[in-house]
Design a protein around this ligand. Structure first.
Ligand code: NAD
Length: 465
């Protein structure tokens, strides 16, 4: 499989996926290693993860280099690699608390007590997308390892260069983690050989994963597409809201599931808000000349360029206007780029307002009152996250709790990118399964088991007399 460099447009890297039979063998080895891994005390697993963290830090520069080549950005890449260490520490702390031993409890029958336990699933298959190749490969992997599972990760074939490097760091994990390169065929092989699947990617592929996993009756956790809305109330701080929304919509060139992709602004402050946003957007430069300068990197995946262009064209054809930005992605030095693009005169039925764009595009629509704002915000098939800006926290929270999505940033945007402690689910077609953050994320990887203990030496009253 040929891999494209998004800054030059050249195919300058190749991956050679394993055969499905090799995946079967790898899965068998991992399942064997998992038996000892789950029998070990949590302190042992934490020590192994800490030793792994040290290896990741040792290979940090090589990881950054590989990820930056695949994604064409540097600032986000450094953050992505730095977040590995902090997230290992965070999960180790949560796991320590989670695995605290509890004494057997008396049941409702006087001579029977119960000892609740949790048993790890065996092998978890993690299938990840190209927008944050490392972060999204590890977001489920780390809690799964701490839970006592083994993990096989298949990152996206669009951004696979870091696999070579990360596989050099894994020795401390006792053969319980590996990364394999490949496309959907290898993804399918994971579904066929693992005991549970954690998938992050598009809703379309998520359906296929769900379907295949259903045939084996294995549990799946799907984290899929989004079309996050921001609501800006009449009394909101427009300076704060415009700065936050500009970042929340265009960071990583909008290639985040939790990007703000629709903005609803109260009609009385609409023009003022758009003016502020345009003024600020003009100062945000592309990084096309140098990866170390500018804020907006290239569109990583060529097929995404077609989607962005198609949605913009459709919106313009139906009467939308560009208040600032590009009418389509531009080619610079072989890469595809798009300025922060502010689109007005949009209607809610436009593709741009309904389908995931995954680019730095900010369509803005006015609303009359809070009821209408909520109705518009809730009117897509997605329910990942959202944002509300209002004069008081109470007012914003009041609206936020009526949004049909798993996380709402209050007087800020896209906080789930940074804050990984709050527990949340993905609603509607944005996903299925429990939270991937907080203590309950570890629980996903475990089955409940109970020891039902007879405490006396007498005949039970229900036995044959
Ligand atoms: P994608 O669905 O095209 O691919 C995701 C992964 O699935 C890749 O590794 C791919 O090789 C694999 N795959 C493809 N076909 C498969 C199959 N039949 N069986 C098993 N695996 C298969 O998604 P993408 O384009 O890489 O990523 C962008 C999408 O990911 C966007 O929709 C974005 O919203 C979503 N995303 C969601 C979250 C979240 O947390 N909800 C986070 C980041 C990205």
């Amino acid at each position: 499989l040929q891999v494209k460099n998004p800054r030059t447009g050249e195919y300058d890297y190749t991956i050679k996926p394993l055969a499905a039979k090799d995946i079967e063998e790898k899965a068998a080895d991992l399942k064997l290693a998992q038996i000892h891994w789950q029998q070990a005390e949590i302190e042992y697993r934490i020590a192994c993860l800490q030793a792994w963290k040290a290896q990741v830090i040792l290979h940090k520069e090589r990881l950054i280099e590989a990820l930056a080549k695949d994604t064409g950005r540097i600032w986000e890449t450094k953050l992505e690699v730095d977040m590995v260490a902090t997230s290992i520490d965070r999960w180790c702390k949560i796991a320590e608390e989670f695995f605290k031993k509890t004494d057997p409890k008396q049941s409702s029958i006087p001579f029977i007590s119960l000892q609740q336990g949790l048993k790890a699933y065996g092998l978890i298959g993690v299938i990840s997308p190209w927008n944050f190749p490392l972060l999204l490969s590890l977001i489920d992997t780390i809690p799964a390892l701490l839970a006592g599972c083994a993990v096989i990760v298949k990152p996206s074939e669009v951004t696979p260069r870091f696999i070579e490097v990360i596989n050099l760091t894994l020795a401390p994990l006792q053969n319980t983690l590996t990364f394999v390169a490949g496309d959907g065929i290898i993804g399918e092989a994971l579904i066929d050989n693992c005991d549970m699947i954690c998938f992050t990617g598009s809703t379309a592929t998520g359906r296929k994963v769900y379907d295949r996993a259903a045939k084996r009756m294995i549990p799946v956790f799907l984290e899929l597409g989004g079309k996050d809305a921001a609501i800006v109330c009449e009394n909101a701080d427009l300076d704060l809201a415009s700065s936050s929304i500009l970042w929340g919509s265009t960071a990583n060139a909008g290639q985040s599931c939790l990007s703000i992709e629709r903005v609803f602004v109260h009609q009385n402050v609409f023009d003022e808000f758009v003016e502020k946003l345009v003024e600020k957007a003009k100062k945000i430069a592309l990084n096309s000349d140098s990866i170390n300068e500018g804020k907006i990197g290239p569109i990583i995946f060529e097929k995404q360029v077609d989607i962005i262009n198609y949605q913009l064209k459709d919106a313009l054809m139906h009467g939308a206007s560009i208040a600032y930005g590009n009418v389509e992605c531009q080619i610079i030095n072989g890469g595809y780029y798009c300025l922060p693009t502010i689109v007005t005169n949009v209607t809610n039925s436009m593709m741009l307002m309904q389908e995931e764009t995954f680019g730095p595009i900010i369509p803005i629509m006015p609303f009359k009152n809070n009821e209408e704002a909520l109705q518009l915000a809730n009117s897509t098939i997605y329910g990942l996250s959202g944002a509300v800006f209002a004069a008081t926290q109470n007012e914003a929270i009041h609206l936020g709790t009526q949004m049909v999505c798993g996380a709402v940033s209050i007087n800020d945007c896209a906080l789930t990118a940074i804050m990984h402690e709050g527990e949340k689910a993905s609603f509607k077609l944005s996903g299925i399964g429990g939270t991937r953050m907080g203590p309950n994320a570890i629980k996903r990887f475990m089955r409940q088991q109970v020891m039902i203990i007879k405490n006396n030496a007498e005949n039970d009253p229900w036995w044959y007399n």
